[in-house]
Design a binder for this molecule. Structure first.
Ligand code: MN
Length: 753
């Protein structure tokens, strides 16, 4: 390799001489020709001139800057580029890696990088700059938020994320030089975000190294214990490992199969998490070693599996075929466990060279530089379902109002297997197992999900909740009349994408309803008070109401969190509440305001605390509520607040809509007794005068009968449904007890509608 010739294109002033190394740092800094050689080894057509120019440019730009280790700063981008050569990435990625910190940390600008290296590289470097800035500002924010930003930032080009991961890996490798406090934070962030992300992109080596470096930093003691145990077990089993390797390859060879067989030690972090999950130690070979059999093609893989299974006893329940059903991150392999030589359990992974490469390098394996096959990004998009997963994740993010929700969904989806279905036009839709048509509809398009009203599976009408089977062809029927989905769908949907979209759509719909109701209440109050309402005027009063928008104010009024009169006072400080409101607290007077004909009463008439609005309040229509009951308020847009006893089965209907629940309690004034509605059911014996006896008991005990409904259930019994008015729960219980004491009464129960 000729260093001199490869630098001849570079500006002569910057001779790429590696600076002297401080004693502290660990390894010799890579030289310019080393990097070019690495790239050329997998990409003979590499643009050496471009690599050399980037090397010199970055070195000059970082100049005399140093890292925490005392190394020249330039050693960092150079190592990041080197990591990416291990992933065999294209020239643009390697060059962008060399330049990745220049915009942020040096005088370099995007325009200059565009001019010198072209727009593709300029865009990659800018993507990394954005990420770095986000990292700095969001340090305090929650990790979910970081992840969200990270993913959104790479929605343009996945190579930005590959460089970011390499950047993080090098920073983790050199973490020992960083102050302790930030070391912890960086390690946590790596373990929570970057390592799983690398895993989801199929980059297992990257994931394992990130995990182990984090583990070592976060729990040095545990790390040392596991490491030592691992070392001693490996030492003890050294001969056995060699024996298994040679026996496996001999057996395969005898059957005409050429295979590469090797044992691979598991990583301390994965052993540690397994120990914690299953609360077991590790002592067997299979706890610390896995074996790989790598063959030429898929047919050989299955033949090898057959040979292994006929040579050694199989451990039941451990066989998995990820070749016919690959994992979401593109992983393909046959897994099995047998009782091998020395009566040891042996874990085997059987796969082709190509699968092996994808298993280690993941998404990066698709970025191999090949001429005439489109740009690496296009190849990634086309070939990699790992990239599809990232796209899918980004789609969820754009639906989700809050990133914690998103994280919860992502975690759930990690553990699902997949089911593959088709649209009528033959487009493949991959969903987690147990997904139904609702999930399918949202996977096709959010609008399709929101307006879905029915479906056909394989040409036959079926409910939207039907669980999908592999190979189903699904036609979703939509209706323009349905703009938002029923909120109950959220609990039916299996995928995070569908749930987030449903939640968002129903939230918006409910909010719009509340805002509409609030606006009517506000406008009514203004009309009554004969003052002018104008949105502009309210806009000026928003700070006083501590709300961000007019919609927010209206929704708050509609929801009962704010009174319309507060809105009026915020807009017109001189505004005085009108007469009706002044009755609040004087229940005796307010009682007289009870609206004629309906059960709805003015708020001031119902002695309940926790309601701060002008919404009409009423009791549960089928069963009422009485003091002594534990109660909740349910808000119905357009109707008002309904008070239910907590035991009411009707509350089930509102379980999915916590935003409609209002915390309320009784505020009864003992000196001015009031009556409250309750309903009971009485089974009485059909004999003359029995009804009169029941009415008498109720009247004698000061209960008012509001209404009676009779139903003959059998020749001997009549079922009476009686609406009563009583003072409180004690009063009601006394009446029920007296009724039960009557011979003509077979059964009495309170009814909660
Ligand atoms: Mn960096």
């Amino acid at each position: 390799m000729q260093a001199a010739s490869s630098i001849s294109m570079a500006p002569t002033s910057a001779a790429p001489v590696a600076p002297a190394r401080p004693a502290k740092s660990r390894a010799r800094m890579m030289r310019q020709y080393d990097l070019v050689e690495r790239v050329r080894s997998y990409n003979p057509d590499t643009d050496e001139d471009l690599l050399n120019r980037a090397y010199v440019y970055a070195m000059k730009a970082h100049g005399s800057q140093t890292r925490a280790s005392g190394d020249p700063y330039f050693s960092h981008p150079l190592e990041v580029a080197a990591i990416l050569t291990d992933l065999k990435l294209d020239d643009a990625t390697i060059v962008a890696a060399l330049l990745h910190d220049t915009i942020e940390d040096t005088e370099a600008t995007r325009a200059e990088i565009d001019a010198v290296f072209g727009q593709e590289i300029g865009a990659l470097v800018e993507g990394l700059t954005k990420l770095k800035r986000l990292e700095l500002v969001s340090r305090e924010a929650k990790q979910a938020e970081n992840l969200r930003k990270l993913l959104l930032a790479i929605s343009d080009d996945v190579r930005v994320l590959l460089i970011k991961l390499a950047d993080r890996l090098h920073n983790m490798r050199t973490l020992e030089f960083v102050p302790t406090a930030s070391r912890q934070r960086i390690a946590e962030e790596t373990l929570d975000i970057y390592a799983p992300l690398a895993g989801r992109m199929g980059m297992q080596e990257m994931r394992e190294e990130l995990e182990d470096l984090s583990f070592k930093t976060l729990d040095p003691e545990a790390y040392t214990v596991v490491r030592q145990r691992l070392d001693s077990l490996a030492e003890r089993n050294r001969n056995l490992i060699g024996e298994i390797e040679s026996q496996l390859s001999n057996d395969l060879q005898k059957n005409g199969l050429q295979a590469r067989v090797y044992g691979r030690r598991k990583q301390p972090f994965s052993i540690w998490t397994k120990m914690q999950r299953k609360s077991v130690g590790f002592e067997q070979l299979s706890d610390i070693f896995g074996f790989r059999i790598v063959l030429k093609d898929v047919e050989c893989c299955y033949r090898a599996l057959g040979i292994v299974h006929t040579t050694w006893p199989v451990v039941p329940g451990r066989f998995k075929d990820y070749i016919s059903t690959p994992k979401q991150n593109d992983y393909r392999s046959l897994h099995t466990t047998v009782i091998g030589p020395g009566k040891q359990r042996v874990e085997l992974q059987i796969r082709t060279e190509e699968m092996d490469e994808i298993a280690e390098l993941g998404i990066a394996a698709h970025a191999f530089y090949k001429d005439g096959l489109g740009s690496p990004t296009e190849r990634l998009k086309r070939e990699s379902s790992a990239f599809a997963w990232l796209r899918h994740t980004i789609a969820i993010l754009s639906e989700s109002a809050n990133p914690e929700e998103f994280l919860e969904h992502t975690k759930l989806e990690l553990f699902h297997d997949q089911v593959f279905c088709f649209t009528p036009k033959g487009k493949l839709i991959a969903l987690p197992r147990q997904a139904n048509v609702i999930d399918f509809a949202y996977a096709v398009h959010t609008d399709v999900g929101n307006s879905a009203v029915g479906c056909k599976i394989n040409g036959k009408f079926a409910p939207l909740s039907s669980e999908l089977q592999n190979g189903d062809e699904v036609e979703v029927l939509t209706s323009d009349a349905q703009s938002s989905p029923p909120s109950a769908w959220e609990s039916l949907a299996v995928t995070g994408k569908a749930r987030a979209a449903i939640r968002r759509a129903t939230r918006t719909a409910v909010r719009d309803q509340y805002a509409g109701l609030g606006r009517r209440l506000v406008e009514r109050l203004f009309a009554r008070a004969k003052i002018e309402y104008a949105d502009d005027k309210l806009k000026g009063a928003l700070p006083r109401l501590a709300r961000a928008s007019i919609e927010d104010v209206m929704a708050a009024v509609g929801r009962g969190e704010m009174k319309a009169s507060n809105v009026a006072r915020a807009m017109y400080p001189d505004y005085k509440e009108e007469r009706v409101a002044r009755y609040a607290g004087k229940k005796g007077v307010a009682e007289k305001l009870k609206s004629p004909g309906g059960t709805a009463r003015n708020l001031s008439a119902i002695p309940i605390r926790g309601i701060n609005s002008d919404l009409p309040v009423k009791f549960a229509p089928n069963g009422g509520a009485v003091p002594g009951d534990r109660i909740v308020g349910i808000i119905s847009p357009g109707e008002g607040i309904t008070i239910y006893p907590i035991q009411s089965p009707a509350l089930k209907d509102f379980e999915e809509q916590p935003e409609r629940w209002l915390d309320v309690r009784w505020d009864v004034d003992e000196s001015t007794p009031q009556r409250f509605p309750a309903r009971i059911q009485v089974d009485n014996v059909n004999e003359p005068g029995s009804l009169a006896q029941i009415a008498t008991v109720i009247a004698e005990h000061d209960g008012n009968i509001d209404n009676i409904h009779m139903a003959r259930r059998s020749p001997d019994f009549t079922e009476l449904t009686i609406d009563l008015e009583v003072y409180d729960l004690k009063h009601l219980s006394a009446i029920i007890a007296q009724l039960r004491a009557k011979a003509v009464v077979a059964r009495v129960e309170r009814v909660n509608g």
